[in-house]
Ligand binder design. Structure first.
Ligand code: NAP
Length: 489
């Protein structure tokens, strides 16, 4: 397996929040682990007129933690260069090309380039065009474009964006980040499903009763108000992260654990998503906004939010993937801000046993729970005998995985994804067709909502959403496994 990578990173938006909070620390981890060593350099670009020295200072600050070696931090930061650059100014790309060539020679990089677009998607087209026309893409190495969400705000705009990029970069060289795909426990879905005959055999509509996916945040809209007001929970979380999780849970078993086989199966699952009619949207999807408390502002009272805003901060829904294995299995999803607890979890609820031979003893449900955040856990809920002379039953949760050893360091999603991009492995990035099918599903909901004039439901900050989200399950004889007070079965 390759270890040391040769690459020149050009980060557009090098002064931004994402670069400082995620990209520089992840690059540093790759540096410490030896994946990046002598043959790499990073050019940070943005409009503000920073010097290399100041930029390196920013990078040092971004990666310095208590236990870091000062020498490592200093050596790492020396690989960073800054160029003040307005992405709309063609002249700036000429300077950028020269700097890139110099660094390529200095660090013996061999023409490999990763262009990381850590800025607003409205600039992606012009950057891609200039990279090509100003010959910043090389002939002697690879040229990969890493781009951040959101990829469009509906199918039409996503197509426009894809065409703008696709005129200059092939699909194979475009790496669309969905950082959930870099999370350890999301990658564990395939391991659990396809690595255990127990689950492989049961993973279908004969045995699974329903699936529940919860992505809840405890914080409110915070400093992302401007963006959030134009997006809302549906576009911000469902179109990408939740539908990606749905595809991983419902895809058929790939022929092999390789990029092309996994992509094919994920795409087939997304194609099988039932796109709702307006009537079905009304029956199966709900949205709401958080209200305030004595200490916390309600959504409409937040800064930069219109006081008559109709942007949803919560969405819940029931969806169906109509492939052979999952047709008929309701998949309940919910996501929102200012909820009781920050967590990402998946609950797979299995069907009741056909015959209870234990008389009046109530059997609990078998539930496989995969907790992605705040820390990775997997539980299987089972019925076992109560210890004692008499025969009684009790429900127990088997702890299938818990990283109890604090020394085991789980790599951050961005670290894993950047290494994948360096290796040219796009398994954990979203292919254009996946993006397109996801928008098709989401657009049907959005357009129905946009035509509805009725008032938006509300939910109290610190709750798990509005009652209508619970009703979605109750009317099917189900209930959320994860509740505001903990869990129930
Ligand atoms: P940000 O902090 O606002 O950074 C934007 C960057 O773009 C800044 O470096 C800014 O620097 C630069 N910029 C703006 N206009 C420019 C221009 N005309 N020419 C050159 N540079 C320009 O945004 P961010 O939070 O880092 O987010 C970046 C992207 O990642 C967005 O698409 C966002 O949706 C996505 N994203 C962010 C996060 C996150 O955690 N932050 C998470 C997921 C996705 P100057 O002002 O100096 O030009």
């Amino acid at each position: 397996m390759d270890t040391k990578q040769q690459a020149l990173f050009i980060i557009f938006g090098g002064t931004g929040d994402l670069a400082k909070r995620k990209l520089y620390p992840s690059l540093f981890e790759l540096y410490k682990k030896g994946f990046l060593r002598d043959n790499f350099a990073v050019i940070g670009t943005a409009r503000r007129p920073w010097t290399d020295e100041y930029f390196q200072e920013v990078v040092r600050e971004a990666v310095t933690a208590e236990h870091e070696s000062e020498e490592d931090v200093a050596n790492f930061a020396q690989h960073f260069y800054y160029q003040s650059h307005n992405v709309n100014d063609t002249e700036h790309y000429v300077t950028l090309r020269k700097l890139a060539q110099q660094l390529d020679q200095k660090y013996h990089i061999g023409g490999n380039r990763l262009f990381y677009l850590a800025m607003s998607p409205r600039f992606f087209g012009t950057i891609a065009k200039h990279l090509k026309s100003q010959h910043i893409v090389t002939d002697n190495g690879y040229n990969r474009l890493i781009i951040e969400k959101p990829f469009g705000h509906d199918l039409t705009s996503a197509k426009e964006l894809n065409n703008a990029i696709g005129s200059y970069f092939t699909e194979k060289s475009v790496f669309r980040i969905d950082h959930y795909l870099g999370k350890e426990m999301i990658q564990n879905i395939a391991a659990v499903r396809f690595g255990n005959n127990l689950f492989r055999s049961l993973w279908n509509n004969r045995y699974i009763d329903n699936i529940q996916i919860t992505l809840s945040e405890a914080l409110g809209v915070e400093e992302r108000a401007g963006y959030y007001e134009t997006a809302g929970a549906l576009r911000d979380m469902v179109q990408n992260h939740i539908l990606q999780i749905v595809s991983l849970l419902t895809m058929n078993m790939p022929a092999s654990y390789t990029e092309s086989d996994i992509r094919r199966e994920k795409l087939d699952a997304l194609k099988a998503l039932q796109v709702y009619t307006p009537e079905q949207v009304k029956n199966n999807f709900v949205r709401a906004q958080y209200t305030g408390t004595n200490e916390l502002k309600g959504y409409r009272q937040e800064e930069k939010i219109a006081d008559d805003s109709r942007t949803e901060t919560f969405v819940a829904g029931k969806l169906f993937v109509n492939n052979e294995n999952f047709a008929g299995v309701p998949i309940y999803i919910r996501t929102g801000k200012r909820l009781a607890k920050k967590t990402t979890r998946i609950d797979i609820v299995f069907k009741d046993i056909p015959k209870n031979i234990f008389g009046s003893a109530k059997l609990g449900k078998n539930i496989l729970t995969i907790i992605v955040e705040p820390k990775g856990e997997i539980y299987l809920q089972m019925n076992v005998k109560q210890i004692g002379q008499d025969f009684g039953l009790q429900v127990q949760k088997m702890d299938l995985l818990q990283v109890k050893d604090n020394k085991v360091q789980i790599p951050e999603a961005y670290e894993k994804l950047i290494l994948d991009a360096l290796r040219g492995n796009a398994t954990n990035f979203t292919h254009w067709e996946e993006v397109a099918y996801s928008w098709k599903f989401v657009d049907a909901i959005r357009s129905t909502w946009d035509q509805q004039q009725d008032s938006l439901a509300e939910y109290a900050s610190g709750s798990m959403g509005p009652k209508v989200a619970d009703d979605l399950l109750v009317r099917d004889g189900h209930k959320w496994v994860f509740t505001v007070n903990g869990e129930e079965n």
